[in-house]
Design a protein around this ligand. Structure first.
Ligand code: G4P
Length: 527
């Protein structure tokens, strides 16, 4: 049976540091893609998220975050699946894993701030999988850094070739528009006080075109000609192969708030971003045009309904044509799951659709059977690889208020570790579990969910450790020796894999240096 989708797919995520403009840009993408009809629908959610209490409420109710996990829009015959990466202070492994389900990413950078910490972290995850990245330098309507400084920073900080596709004519108070280097077009602000882009544009024959003199100020044009020419000569030319390999990023400038650059960004995704890519799997790579359905779970959301412990598992479809009601094998468990009521995000108004194609995301309601990292197929023994666990950055001992609830606590921790929202470690010495998370807010969510869903009162105590690494060695003897020598700092993860916990990064590198024959991994493949 043919598996080819009626429309090409672009499955992507936006990576950014808080406040760079991800929410605003998401909203504008949906607006220009016709998926929403008024500005403000996404914004309101962004603001609610930023307030912690609201976020917790949302987290408990879950409804909103589920429907916002995937946003789909169509434009010019292409279906765009935008996966939400919850990327504010509530940074978690979830965010990272979402990036394993996309084929490309858009990196949003604030023109005044350049590359920030979270952008860099998320970028590293993209790099692990060679996810191609289009850069969008946002907020050019405000004072920003010099264009050269920004481009150089992207190139240096991320070790990427950069290729400017557009060039802003001034920024902030001097902003006069944006020049499209590939199309020789100038996008201009409306004549009114908004200064927004409302479709006013001029096509010219090149930067030398005398027509530009009547459109831009002498100063603006002078600077544009000088800079853009230098820029074009000094940076890499666009090379689709290098972009797709994750070695080069085309750079767009714009203002999500004022609609500059948004359509060009969608065009760039349409023109350059890859269609669903072959996915790494064992024992063989999976190609999207295979006829048999396969996919992997990259995210699980529990507590859709606290009474029933319902969960939604999000599956990235990697191959085949999925139809509602299909039976899929959960590889490694011998179980078969009949997917009767999949949530498909294809339809504009999210009415249930009946089929999905590679690159699409399917929400599968279940009662805890499906775990992050699971592979589902029509029967073939395959395992998608490369969904990592990340070394936690915060380690805490968990303390029970009521010691008779040990069993409930263990079940709860197990469930939540299964969801992939945190990790549990069993120290070699001592009985208190250690919980590892990537972000502070996860700890709060954990405590609140323990109470609400499992009726377990618990708190955290500082642990002597700050960071952890999975340890392995080619020689089992070496590993055993290391474990024996470091018992006080050793633990096991949920799968029994040995983990070394260090007091700080200094200690970690000291121990690493003294044990060069061992591998200390900051990520662990889930399978
Ligand atoms: P985030 O999701 O990445 O955290 O960023 P978000 O879109 O929420 O934007 C953060 C702030 O930056 C918001 O201002 C937003 O209006 C502003 N912003 C986003 N894009 C642009 C842009 O292109 N130009 C300018 N000048 N500002 C932009 P805020 O004051 O926090 O919120 P609000 O009061 O404006 O709603």
């Amino acid at each position: 049976m043919a598996s080819s989708a009626p429309f090409p797919r672009r499955t992507f995520a936006i990576i950014s540091h808080p406040d760079a403009g991800k929410t605003t840009l998401t909203e504008k993408l949906l607006l220009f893609g016709g998926a929403i009809h008024a500005a403000g629908e996404v914004r309101a959610r962004g603001q609610a998220r930023r307030a912690r209490s609201d976020w917790m409420k949302i987290e408990q109710q879950r409804g909103i975050s589920v429907t916002s996990s995937v946003m789909t829009f169509e434009r010019d015959g292409i279906t765009f699946n935008l996966l939400d990466t919850p990327g504010h202070e509530d940074f978690s492994e979830d965010t990272y894993r979402t990036l394993t389900a996309v084929d490309s990413a858009v990196m949003v950078i604030d023109a005044a701030r350049g590359i920030e910490a979270q952008t860099r972290k998320l970028f590293e995850v993209c790099r692990l999988r060679n996810v191609p990245i289009i850069t969008f330098v946002n907020k050019v309507d405000r004072e920003g850094r010099e264009v050269f400084a920004l481009l150089d920073e992207i190139a240096d900080a991320l070790a990427l070739d950069v290729c400017p596709m557009m060039w802003p004519v001034g920024m902030g108070g001097e902003f006069e528009g944006i020049y499209d280097l590939a199309r020789d077009k100038l996008y201009l602000p409306a004549d009114d006080a908004t200064g927004a882009y409302e479709g006013r544009q001029e096509t010219v024959s090149g930067l030398d075109d005398a027509k530009l003199e009547s459109i831009l100020t002498e100063r603006g044009l002078g600077k544009l000609r000088e800079e853009a020419e230098l820029g074009q000569a000094g940076y890499a030319a666009f090379d689709e192969t290098a972009y797709r390999a994750g070695d080069l990023t085309p750079v767009y400038f714009g203002s999500a708030l004022k609609d500059f650059g948004v359509e060009q960004l969608i065009d760039a995704l349409a023109d350059f971003a890859p269609s669903p890519r072959p996915q790494p799997a064992e024992p063989r790579e999976v190609n999207p045009d295979e006829s048999s359905v396969s996919g992997f779970i990259f995210k699980v959301q529990a507590n859709m309904n606290p009474q029933h412990r319902d969960r939604i598992a999000f599956m990235r479809l990697c191959a085949g044509r999925f139809r509602r009601g299909m039976k899929l094998a959960q590889i490694g468990t011998g179980k078969t799951i009949a997917v009767h009521s999949p949530l498909l995000f294809m339809a504009r108004d999210r009415e249930l659709a009946d089929e999905a194609f590679p690159g699409d995301i399917i929400g599968i309601p279940n009662h805890g059977t499906l775990r992050v990292g699971d592979t589902l197929t029509e029967g073939e023994e395959l395992r998608f690889t490369g969904l990592p666990n990340f070394a936690p950055e915060i380690l805490r001992r968990i303390r029970l208020a009521d010691p008779t609830k040990t069993k409930q606590l263990r079940n709860a921790l197990n469930d939540m570790a299964e969801e992939g929202i945190m990790q549990v470690f069993h120290p070699a010495i001592g009985s208190n579990w250690i919980v590892g998370v990537v972000g502070q807010l996860q700890l709060e969510v954990l405590i609140s969910r323990l109470q609400a869903e499992y009726k377990v009162d618990a708190g955290f105590e500082a642990s002597p450790w700050e960071t952890a690494r999975w340890v392995s060695a080619g020689e089992p003897k070496l590993l055993d020796g290391f474990i024996a020598d470091h018992r006080a700092a050793m633990a096991e993860d949920r799968d029994g894999a040995p983990v070394f916990m260090a007091k700080d990064n200094w200690e970690l590198s000291y121990v690493q240096q003294r044990n060069p024959e061992l591998r200390f991994a900051a990520t662990k493949d889930r399978r």
